[in-house]
Design a protein around this ligand. Sequence first.
Ligand code: DHB
Ligand code: FE
Length: 285
Amino acid sequence: MAKIIAGVGTSHTPAIGAAVDNGRTHEPYWVPLFKGYEPSKKWMAETAPDVAIVVYNDHANAFSFELIPTFAIGVADEYQVADEGFGRRPLPPVPGHADLAWHLAESLILDEFDITIVNAMEVDHGLTVPMSLMFAEPAEWPCPVVPLAVNVVQYPPPTGKRCFDLGKAIRRAVDTYPGAERVLVVGTGGMSHQLQGERVGLINAEWDQRFLDMLVGDPDAAAAISHVEYLREAGSEGIELVMWLVMRGALDADVREVYRATHVPTSNTHNGLLVLDNSGSGPFT
Ligand code: DHB
Ligand code: FE
């Protein structure tokens, strides 16, 4: 049986990818941010998951505004890196895990999560920036990825509760996968930021820290946060945090916080990183 071993939540700000690709990580602006990821990179190298389910959002790159699935799973063998307007990031293509992805699709749909099946797509900064942050700059990515995209770019996004429940369904799916894979689940995006309108530039670090505390110790309370609260407290793009709830739902009811690092500002964002280890307490009931 495959096993979910740990979860990671991380922001996915595109400027981080540009800093990596242009050799600017040692500039004073970027040093504290990248220093914050050093312990998690070490943890990741030691933990060496066999496959990662990366829950992220597409920013109108794979899916245009003509067609926006609420939840979509990639079942391909490989994903090319999207050109988001400045050329493709110089990264290796992201290897898929078609067998696990098809098992997830079947299990989720039979579990009444009617997820969209994606046979071919490109992946944008929502997925590639966390890959750079978790794994540095390898010639090849160290493990295959199952991309799971969540709509948070066009109202109405799914609720936090729905995302949390999707995580629980992912857990049930992985627990019934006949492989021996040790699976990492990653939720990307956030924390507070607003890229548009009168409150552009909004950051609410105190709210973000409370969100992280809740996500670890009282996930039902985190799952109950409404769209309006995300908008009011975390800004219009703070809604990306619902993807961290998918990750949390896939973990044990009790988890061990391995590592947390936050940094303000990173581009327009309060950058967050959370590493959670399954405690062995078992899934949510
Ligand atoms: C920024 C953050 C995001 O999550 C994103 O998708 C685009 C931009 C930013 O902070 O600039
Ligand atoms: Fe984003």
